[in-house]
Ligand binder design. Structure first.
Ligand code: PHE
Length: 335
């Protein structure tokens, strides 16, 4: 009878798979309502003689079951620990998770380079509002009411006399109004024109430059801008000054540099001319100086303006300005 019980128990022990099952088995045999516990209780119904024999037998069985349970439990425990360690193992040969860094947008980079070059030449940095009064954007810059630049097609009007600035030149006027010469600054910022195609965006960036002092001549203008182009694009780039017209400078020039893409041989980008236009400039029109209360007999100056998008497109051979604003990560990663 107890041999049968022992065999059944051994079968059950050997098929145990987990510590939880082992705990259940222990309860089944040794718990308060367990098989062995019941047998011990039933001893009381036996005669003293029978009880002695049966008692010893059941106690031996109980001890055996306890030992077996313990043995099995410690086996299961170490097996489970081993399994857990294996599952939690860290493969130190796997490559680490790289932290990805962002980087400067190509436009920010061009702007920073331009600012760096001019600050090294002693220019400081000024700013002005993007929503601008008509009188600063046009009138004070000697752009009369009937000038084509004021056409509704080009200018975003907020009201009759408030516009989104169409260039950074109004910053010239704002700074001159506040300060006496000598002046030497650049003014980077956003400008707006109602225009959009592969080379024009309704919002773009310009950097204005202004230098006013006694005895400033066209030679200073040439020296500063040639130095700028050589630092920005390379010391061997040819530069030429072409007569042009701006209402706020006189004389005015457009400045071209040798095409960096075809090395002046002529290509699609320079339209076969070998030259790329990159700056507008000129000697500050005496009328502009008088408008801000400067004595144009005593002071002269030069001014220039350039487009940051245009320089960026040329520098990196990008053929569509919209790429600079779409922020497609596959495009930006290339810089
Ligand atoms: N403001 C002019 C433009 O937007 C550029 C310029 C600036 C020309 C200063 C001459 C002097 O086209």
């Amino acid at each position: 009878m107890s041999e049968n019980l022992k065999r059944t128990f051994l079968d059950e022990v050997s098929s145990l798979k987990s510590l939880a099952d082992a705990a259940n088995l222990r309860v089944k045999y040794l718990g308060k309502k367990g098989i062995i516990t019941a047998k011990i209780k039933s001893l009381s119904s036996l005669s003293p003689e029978e009880r002695r024999v049966a008692g010893r037998e059941i106690n031996e069985l109980k001890q055996f079951i306890e030992e077996e349970c313990e043995r099995k439990e410690s086996l299961l425990k170490s097996a489970e620990l081993k399994g857990r360690l294996l599952a939690e193992a860290i493969d130190i040969t796997l490559p680490g998770k790289a932290v990805s860094f962002g980087h400067e947008h190509p436009l920010s980079r061009t702007l920073r380079e331009v600012v760096d070059i001019f600050t090294r030449m002693g220019f400081d940095v000024q700013e002005g509002p993007e929503v601008e009064l008509d009188c600063y954007n046009f009138e004070a810059l000697n752009i009369p009411k009937d000038h084509p630049a004021r056409d509704m097609q080009d200018t975003f009007y907020i009201s009759e006399d408030i516009v989104l600035r169409t260039h950074t030149s109004p910053v010239q006027v704002r700074v001159m109004e506040k300060k006496k010469p000598p002046l030497r600054f650049i003014a980077p910022g956003k400008v707006y024109r109602c225009d959009a195609d592969v080379t024009h965006s309704p919002m773009f960036h310009q950097v204005e430059g202004l230098m006013v002092d006694k005895d400033i001549t066209f030679s200073h203008l040439k020296g500063v801008l040639i130095a700028f182009i050589h630092q920005m694009f390379g010391p061997d780039i040819p530069v030429r000054f072409r007569p042009s017209y701006f209402p706020f400078t006189e004389p005015s020039a457009e400045i071209d540099m040798g095409c960096i893409l075809c090395k002046s041989a002529g290509c699609r980008v320079c339209k076969g001319t070998g030259w790329l236009e990159i700056l507008g400039a000129g000697m500050v029109n005496p009328k502009v100086l008088e408008n801000v209360g400067y004595d144009s007999e005593e002071y002269t100056g030069f001014a220039f303006g350039m487009g940051i998008e245009r320089i960026t497109l040329l520098k990196y051979s990008i053929d569509d300005i919209r790429l600079l604003f779409e922020n497609d990560i596959r495009f930006l990663r290339q810089f």
